[in-house]
Structure formats: structure tokens, C-alpha cells
Ligand binder design. Structure first.
Ligand code: SAH
Length: 227
């Protein structure tokens, strides 16, 4: 079973994402284990400090190295980790192909930064991979860790009801997903395309593929360029 350990100073931010719907069911069905750790529990002093002023001055606090490394090393003494990931706006841009890659791993650790980020020495000496979820800055790595975990977990075998469902999602074959419809067939004169009501499976597949191609050409031509 895949295991994801998330290290944070704000564990409350990670309570929601795993407590509902598909991720909740994946955890209940023992397809993945997600464990959230409060870095404060590894703080070395009685005030439970996890951050301090930046050397050299300037605004913003920096997450201290000792509590984080104590937490990482305690977890490493219990099992080996395939990746120790730091969520960071200057990391490798997260995409479907990286999600696919990470979904094949066994144990993942994800470190969430807060304030100005973590002491650089953690990144240099303990982190194996740095991931950004986009070119914007969040106040903490927690939501980003939830995004990455969600994208990974829904790919694990058995998580989605229909096994093929993840395969037909956008990006999976460098194509955007085709449009989808459900009842009613006519809403205020806005009709569902006839082909979808025809029952001709092969024709429907063909139509969906054409729609995917057209949509990708129109919205994301960059995806069609061979890489
Ligand atoms: N001073 C840092 C930003 C700190 S933001 C810089 O300019 O690079 C606080 C934390 O939020 C970061 O340590 C990181 O863990 C998280 N974070 C912010 N934006 C993110 C993004 N786009 N992707 C992933 N994590 C992000």
C-alpha cells in the first residue's frame, strides 16, 4: 500500500482534503495511507519553536532545521522513502506526467513550508525533489501538498470506480477531455449532441476523440507539439 507522510506546522489545513469523497474512500479501502505530522511535536525547546528570524535580516520567519530533520529521521528509521519532497514555488512544475510517475512509488514524504520557507540546508541535504504547483505564491505548502496527493491517489489502482476513468481524463494522452453531458437531453432547447444518444459505441468513441483533438488544438495547441 502506498503511504504519504505530510510534514506541516499547520496540520489543520490538511484535515479537509482527505476526509471526503474519493480520497476518503481510498484511505478507508486501504489503497493508500496518509499520515499528517505536526512538526511542532519535534521541536527541541520548551516553547515548541519551529521558526526563527532570518540570518542577515529582512522580513519574514524561516522554518528551523532541527525539528524538521528530527521528524524526517524518525520516519526514515521506520521505513525507507522513495522521495522526500519539498513543496516550493521554485520547484519542478507539477503536471500529469509527474503525478503518474509518483503514483508508482511506495512511500512518499512531503514537507510543507510556511512563512519565508525552510532553512536552505534542509533543501540541500535532506530533500530529494522539489515541486511547485504553479507560478504563484501560496502562504503555505499544505494546499499544494493536498493537490499533489490528490492527483497521485486518484491514479492508484482501485481508487476510481471505473478503472479506465483516469485514462480518459485531460492530459493523460496529451489531449484534453471531450465534453460530457447527462440528463436531460434537452434543457431549454440546448440539446445533447445526437451522436451520444445513438448507442453506436464506435461512432461515439470516434466523436469523442475528434472533440478531444479539436478542443486541444483550440485551447492548448502546446500539448500537440511532439516533445
Ligand atoms: N519565500 C518563498 C515563498 C514562501 S511561501 C519564495 O519566494 O520562494 C511559503 C511556503 O508555501 C513555501 O515554503 C512552500 O512550501 C509553499 N508554496 C508557496 N507557493 C507554492 C507553489 N506555487 N507550489 C508549491 N508550494 C508553494
Amino acid at each position: 500500500m502506498m503511504r504519504i507522510d505530510i510534514l506541516t506546522v499547520v496540520p489543520g489545513l490538511l484535515e479537509g482534503p482527505f476526509a471526503h469523497s474519493i480520497l476518503k474512500r481510498a484511505i478507508q479501502n486501504k489503497l493508500v495511507e496518509v499520515v499528517v505530522h505536526n512538526i511542532r511535536d519535534w521541536s527541541v525547546n520548551k516553547h515548541k519553536t519551529v521558526d526563527d528570524y532570518a540570518y542577515g535580516g529582512g522580513a519574514g520567519m524561516v522554518m528551523m532545521i532541527e525539528p524538521i530533520v528530527a521528524c524526517i529521521e524518525e520516519l526514515q528509521s521506520q521505513r525507507s522513502y522513495d522521495e522526500i519532497i519539498y513543496m516550493s514555488p521554485d520547484g519542478e512544475l507539477f503536471d500529469q506526467s509527474l503525478a503518474n510517475q509518483l503514483s508508482m512509488k511506495g512511500n512518499l514524504m512531503i514537507l510543507c513550508g510556511h512563512y519565508k520557507g525552510v532553512d536552505e540546508r534542509i533543501r540541500r541535504h535532506f530533500i530529494t525533489r522539489e515541486i511547485s504547483i504553479g507560478n504563484y505564491v501560496l502562504s503555505g505548502g499544505e494546499l499544494a501538498a493536498a493537490v499533489v496527493s490528490d492527483a497521485i491517489i486518484r491514479l492508484l489502482p482501485g481508487v476510481l470506480n471505473d478503472e479506465t476513468s483516469a485514462l480518459s481524463d485531460s492530459f493523460q494522452d496529451n489531449l484534453l477531455a471531450p465534453p460530457v453531458y447527462t440528463r436531460p437531453a434537452d434543457f431549454r432547447g440546448h440539446k445533447v449532441p445526437d451522436i451520444l444518444l445513438s448507442g453506436h459505441e464506435a461512432e461515439i468513441d470516434k466523436w469523442r476523440h475528434e472533440q478531444s483533438l479539436a478542443r486541444t488544438k483550440e485551447r492548448r495547441p502546446d500539448l500537440l507539439k511532439n516533445d
